[in-house]
Design a protein around this ligand. Structure first.
Ligand SMILES: [Zn+2]
Length: 219
């Protein structure tokens, strides 16, 4: 008669010679091994999840830090552009945005783009002046993304810029720097359509509204 084997605990089961195990013990040992394997796999998965989460947080931090930097830069640009007089001259660092323009006038370069658009760029604060025709202004007014008064204001600032003397950037005859021109049919068609829709839009306004915006109806 074989001696009744005493009940083995898990450690004993795992180290025991397989030939000494009963069928029941083998089944138990098999279950323990399977369970331990499952636990190791779970640890691996948890570790992967943790790393994925860390990476995700790092990425999110980078994105929000980039956005924050862009926002700060935009704020700084806006601050400087408000302060800048867009003129040449001025003394020292503090005077950089406080030019007097006595000798060369404005520090603004008038550029002609290949589309035929002329725009202004301040070389001190990087402010740009665009005719609203070229920045989709009429379409924006029709779509309600810009008020007629804002349109008039942009156009007014643009025209004022055009009248400035900018000797530093002008050729000898005062001609503007620019490259070859291209006629872009799609762009022209778009502008004609914007113009037509803009005129239809103006007809929906009453004369007081138009007068309030400062818009000059062409005769
Ligand atoms: Zn400026």
């Amino acid at each position: 008669m074989s001696e009744p084997t005493k009940h083995r605990n898990i450690e004993e089961l795992l180290v025991a010679d397989i030939n000494t195990l009963t069928v029941d013990e083998m089944t138990r040992r098999q279950s323990v091994v399977t369970l331990m394997k499952a636990e190791r796999e779970l640890e691996v998965v948890n570790e992967q999840n943790r790393r994925f989460q860390d990476d995700k947080e790092t990425r999110q931090r980078q994105v929000s830090s980039n956005l924050e930097n862009i926002r700060k830069q935009d704020e700084e640009n806006a601050r400087v552009q408000k302060m800048c007089r867009h003129k040449t001259g001025g003394k020292d660092r503090q005077g950089f945005f406080m030019g007097d323009g006595d000798v060369y006038g404005f520090a603004v370069s008038k550029q002609i783009l290949p589309t035929g658009e002329i725009y202004g760029l301040c070389f001190r604060c990087q402010k740009e002046w665009h005719n609203p025709i070229w920045t989709g202004g009429k379409r924006k007014v029709v779509n309600g993304e810009m008020t007629l008064a804002q349109y008039v204001q942009q156009e007014r600032e643009y025209k004022e810029m055009l009248s400035w003397t900018c000797k530093t950037f002008e050729g000898q005859q005062g001609e503007l720097p620019g490259g070859h021109m291209f006629l872009i049919p799609n762009l022209q068609r778009q502008q004609q359509k914007d113009q037509a829709d803009f005129e239809v839009y103006l007809k929906t306004l009453n004369p007081t509204e138009i007068a309030m915006s400062g818009y000059q109806l062409s005769a």
